[in-house]
Design a protein around this ligand. Structure first.
Ligand code: ADP
Length: 493
């Protein structure tokens, strides 16, 4: 970008042009006003001049115009005041005699009587009348009625100021005050132009530095931010940009994380699918090849192991499907009021055989009079099952698993507590992440794929709550979440 193309150059050129135009207009108006003021002063000072002179001139014009005598008298007068021209006018403004500077030819035969009448009627001064020496000029005058050659209603018409301020340039040249005022005006405009250019420079400087940040941003330096400075529009623009850059940064972080998660997902899914599949394949191949050599018990054992792996596979696919539906926000909870205590009781009953087989005491603490909750019953069953399944699975023999429902400020709090091994503090913040397992070996015989808690958390969040966890190593773990009761008026109680 060249200097001429820059915003600063354009702004400055426009500003200087405006200042110049303003200067010309102000100077013209000022000089014109000064001229008009001079006319006004001249006319006010000499308002009665014609009236004062009329009695002296009357004897020399009444019967006929005594040119020589008049000229002599006027010469005496102009000796005192050189700047006047005297005319004798007929009633219609026709010039009957002119006593102007010698050698000056008359440019008009008559003058307009309108200004004369306004003057005689006492109109506001200045009133400019036609100058008989110049066709297009108007000048201040003094006038009085006089009788000429026996004809009354004629005028003694005196042009004041004569040639002195005939042109603006001459007036400027002659008047010290106007010159000083014009120089003052010039200085003021010069200072204004200087200050304006400095201010524009500062303003465009800020825009230039903003441009630098945007250009750096364009090149991929996403950490660059603008200096907002003051809180004007430019500052607000800078703040706005910074906020936008932050949002963009966050979005990019999220995208990066989503990409990482996608890659992890593909890696985890392929691993978790491959192991049971390989196992099923292995057992089936063995069955095929060694069919004759195997006894009935062994064959049964092989088939059961293959079936277990097939179930694990189908479980994993089902969980993945559930999670992807939750991720795509395809799951719309069908909320309805239902008795949470009954649901919890049913699920506890389902897991009781499994718990008894492991010698675990599975207890349900469910108050008799518990209000209904407002939630999706199918999804809630999934959450409770996942939590109880984990508790029973991870708790060693002789341990306890306790499912409780309590009422808190218009909400029902569900809690699944066990006396299992606990979860290390380092792992706690991650256990709701998909595929996250405390036991990293991903040994399929110990726990699932690490999707159960991710699914449970998604469902609870969908219901406007969060699944929380508390765990102490060697003592046990407790998961809890809350649901609104139905009807919601209960909240107020
Ligand atoms: P998984 O299918 O492996 O159980 P989850 O998402 O349900 O996956 O759980 C994630 C991890 O959290 C598990 O691998 C396990 O290490 C840990 N975990 C979950 N529940 C418990 C619990 N009640 N006690 C101890 N560890 C648990």
């Amino acid at each position: 970008m060249t200097f001429a193309q820059s915003f600063y150059a354009k702004l400055s050129a426009l500003f200087l042009l405006l200042i110049l135009g303003l200067g010309v207009i102000l100077a013209t108006l000022g000089v014109q006003a000064a001229g008009r003021y001079a006319d006004e002063v001249e006319q006010k000072l000499n308002r009665t001049l014609a009236q004062d002179l009329a009695p002296q001139f009357q004897p020399l014009t009444r019967d006929s115009i005594h040119h020589a005598a008049l000229r002599a008298q006027i010469r005496d007068l102009t000796g005192i005041n050189r700047r006047i021209e005297i005319y004798l006018l007929g009633g219609e403004g026709r010039i009957k005699a002119a006593f102007a500077e010698p050698g000056e030819a008359l440019a008009r035969a008559a003058v307009d009587t309108g200004p004369i009448r306004r003057f005689l009627e006492g109109g506001d001064l200045p009133i400019l009348g036609d100058d008989p020496l110049h066709p297009n000029q108007q000048k201040p005058f003094s006038v009085a009625p006089i009788t000429i050659s026996g004809q009354s209603g004629c005028y003694l018409y005196i042009i004041l100021g004569s040639e002195q301020y005939a042109s603006m340039a001459r007036m400027v040249g002659d008047s010290y005050i106007i010159r000083t005022a014009l120089i003052g005006l010039g200085l003021i405009l010069l200072v204004t132009a200087g200050v304006g250019l400095v201010l524009f420079r500062r303003l465009t400087q800020r825009l230039r530095s903003m441009l630098g940040v945007v250009a750096a941003f364009e090149q991929g330096h996403f950490s660059k931010r603008m200096e907002p400075g003051s809180n004007d529009e430019v500052g607000q623009l800078a703040r706005c940009f910074n906020r936008m850059a932050d949002t963009l940064g966050d979005t990019m972080d999220e995208l990066r994380q989503a990409d990482r998660m996608r890659r992890d997902l593909v890696a985890n899914v392929s691993h978790d699918l491959r192991s049971p599949l390989a196992s099923i394949q292995g057992y089936l191949e063995t069955l095929l090849m060694k069919d004759d050599a195997l006894d009935a018990d062994e064959r049964q054992r092989y088939l059961r192991t293959a079936l277990k792996n097939a179930q694990r596979l189908s479980n994993l696919v089902r969980q993945l499907f559930e999670l992807s539906k939750l991720d795509a926000q395809q799951v719309e909870p069908h909320r309805e009021p239902f008795p949470m205590a009954e649901l919890a009781q049913d699920i506890v009953m389902q897991y009781r055989p499994q718990a008894e087989a492991k010698d675990i005491t599975l207890r349900a603490d469910l108050p008799e009079q518990l209000a209904s909750v407002y939630a999706d019953i199918g999804l809630m069953e999934r959450v409770l099952s996942n939590l109880i399944d984990n508790a029973v699975h991870y708790t060693p023999s002789g341990g306890h698993v306790n499912v409780s429902l309590t009422r808190h400020d218009g909400r029902v709090r569900a809690r699944v507590r066990d006396t299992g091994p606990g979860i290390p503090a380092d792992d706690l913040p991650h256990i709701f992440e998909r595929f996250y397992r405390v036991e990293k070996s991903r040994d399929q015989n110990r726990g699932g794929a690490g999707l159960g808690l991710a699914i449970a958390q998604k469902i609870v969040v969908l219901h406007g709550s969060t699944l929380t966890v508390e765990s102490t190593m060697g003592q046990g773990t407790a998961f809890a979440f809350e649901l609104p009761v139905d009807p919601p008026e209960d909240v107020a109680r």
